[in-house]
Ligand binder design. Structure first.
Ligand code: NAD
Length: 282
């Protein structure tokens, strides 16, 4: 405990259950002295455990669908009422793809689903920023973070249309970060996190194999949810005031690796004993 967020206030989107990345951030932010407000969709409030987290963090939950401007306006108004004024940080930890859920492959996308994926997983970030800015809700030198994944830069088996959403999300952080920084000294960044076993993470095709691959391929190993929360705290704190418009990899080095000695050895051994995998698709 460092009291890094003493006196700071913020809204945390996306805590569904105690596996959620946002859940860990809420716990850590509270521990570090922040006052927080939690939010998630009305349906997730029914199926998830967010009330338990609210109790732990001595706070309230304000339901909001992050794609609805009306809900976001209500959320920001209510949060400002609760805080007694402006606040300092926002965590956007929101994503969903119906194409992934329904097993639609990337060369057979349902375009209504694709629109939903982009709206929920990327455009909602713009909506949150735009509503907050119009309401002048964030204090100068505040910090806004969203969660991304390396599939925005590199193709990974099974990540599907969520890769397009993450590319857009990172672009929104840069474009809005310029305006919000120039006008209000507010920083906007994305963190590109290692694969992590959460409810959303489990939806990714082949997540277990992927977790094992990235664990072995990253010199520092995968970043855990708790480590993710620690990193977020630094970015909400005053220690990172000039970091903005960045996509920050929090992945044990995975994104900079090409080939490791161990993987090369395994690859060479496998070449001597080739076997086609079952169910080979996109
Ligand atoms: N788990 C991973 O491997 C991993 C890796 C990198 C990035 N991420 C990103 O982390 C973020 C959080 O995911 P998680 O892994 O903690 O899983 P999670 O399932 O716990 O969280 C996803 C959250 O999004 C919320 N959500 C869905 N639709 C919404 C909407 N319309 N409005 C508001 N909220 C909505 C869900 O209720 C849920 O709380 C996502 O952006 C995800 O893409 C996850």
């Amino acid at each position: 405990m460092y009291n890094l967020l003493k006196g700071k206030k913020g809204i945390i989107f996306g805590a569904l259950n105690n596996m959620s990345l946002a859940w860990k951030v809420a716990e850590r932010a509270y521990e570090e002295g922040a006052e927080i407000v939690l939010t998630n969709t009305p349906i997730s409030l029914r199926f998830g455990d967010i009330e338990e987290l609210a109790k732990k963090c001595n706070t309230i939950v304000i339901p909001a669908d992050a794609t609805s401007i009306e809900d976001l306006e209500n959320l920001i108004d209510k949060a400002m009422e609760y805080f007694g004024g402006k606040f300092d940080f926002i965590l956007h930890s929101v994503a969903m793809s119906m194409n992934v859920r329904k097993g639609k492959s990337y060369d057979n996308l349902n375009y209504n689903y694709l629109n939903k994926t982009l709206d929920i997983s990327a455009i909602s970030f713009h909506k949150v920023l735009q509503v907050a800015k119009k309401k002048d809700a964030i204090n100068d030198w505040g910090s806004v973070l969203a969660l991304s994944y390396v599939a925005a830069q590199r193709t990974l088996y099974g990540y599907n249309d969520m890769a397009d959403a993450k590319a857009m999300l990172e672009s929104i952080a840069r474009s809005f970060g310029y305006i919000y920084g120039r006008e209000k000294k507010i920083r906007v960044n994305t963190i590109s996190q290692s694969p992590t076993l959460t409810t959303a993470g489990s939806g990714v095709k082949g997540i277990d194999g992927l977790l094992d691959f990235t664990e072995r391929m990253s010199p520092l190993g995968n970043a855990t949810a708790d480590e993710f929360a620690d990193f977020c705290i630094t970015l909400f704190s005053d220690l990172t005031r000039k970091v903005t418009m960045q996509n920050l990899f929090h992945d044990g080095g995975f994104s900079s690796m090409g080939m490791s000695l161990r993987a090369m050895t395994m690859y060479n051994q496998a070449l001597d004993n080739p076997k086609e995998p079952d169910g080979f698709d996109i």
